[in-house]
Design a protein around this ligand. Structure first.
Ligand code: ATP
Ligand code: MG
Length: 229
């Protein structure tokens, strides 16, 4: 069995805005192994969120290929991409993306409902995950009744409840205090022990330095650097 979970081949990304074109990535090649805990770093606007969206099959590259578990996803239909995401990829968005008409608990249950798991199991798993991120006491709150950090923790719970092999997290600790950030990072370390792969974008230098390695994006290129540097 291959040790690679993700590979990108010559990814290029242009954004066309009115008559102006931005080249975000020129020729991006990445290989990520199962069980890697990777920090995605780089200045604001360098393309961290865009790259996570592309890897998460939510956006397409202008050119190039994304292989997930050795499967080339470039010819996949949107339906097939939805299936891959539901089974294999969890995404924690920078702006949370919680469903406003649903409570915290319902938001966390959602990925498992979509997957068609049994209701009893869903409820149990969702509550356990809310407990893991220390927000079980806000289960019945709607997103607009939660603080920014609480919403972020619900979004993390929603992503982790699905127990997928690949977890993409966009500034998952951006709104969290030191102690809560540490707790979330500990969760990531636990997931790594279960051979899950986690790629997290962050401006937090200290957390980035505790990853297995850093991927530094700048000027359309990506460079692998050892953590601690
Ligand atoms: N849909 C779009 N159309 C045009 N330009 C876009 C689009 N999405 C992103 N961009 C541009 O691409 C660049 C990268 O954005 P991105 O959100 O990936 O940066 P980032 O590294 O995540 O930054 P931050 O650290 O601030 O979150 C930005 O300059 C942004 O303006
Ligand atoms: Mg971003």
């Amino acid at each position: 069995m291959s040790k690679e979970i993700l590979k990108t081949i010559n990814i290029k990304k242009n954004f066309q805005n009115r008559n102006k074109s931005i080249t975000l990535f020129k020729n991006l090649n990445l290989k990520i192994n199962k069980g890697d805990l990777v920090a995605l770093v780089g200045p604001s606007g360098s393309g961290k969120s865009s790259l996570l969206h592309i890897i998460g099959l939510l956006d397409e590259p202008t050119n190039g290929k994304i292989l997930i578990n050795n499967q080339d996803t470039s010819s996949f239909s949107n339906l097939k991409k939805d299936v891959i995401r539901s089974r294999s990829i969890s995404i924690i968005f920078q702006d949370n993306n919680l469903l406003s008409d649903f409570t915290a608990l319902e938001n966390v249950m959602m990925p498992l409902i979509i997957r068609g798991e049994k209701e009893k199991v869903i409820l149990k798993k969702a509550k356990k995950m809310l407990k893991n991120v220390k927000i079980l006491n806000r289960s019945d709150h709607f997103p607009n009744q939660l603080s920014g950090g609480e919403q972020q923790r619900v979004a993390i719970a929603r992503a982790l409840v699905a127990e997928t092999k690949l977890i993409l997290a966009d500034e998952p600790t951006g709104n969290l205090d030191y102690k809560t950030s540490e707790e979330i990072f500990s969760l990531f370390l636990k997931l790594k022990k279960l051979n899950k792969t986690i790629i997290f974008a962050t401006h937090n230098r200290e957390l980035a330095n505790r990853a297995d390695y850093k991927l530094f994006i700048s000027d359309g290129n990506i460079k692998r650097v050892n953590a601690q540097n």
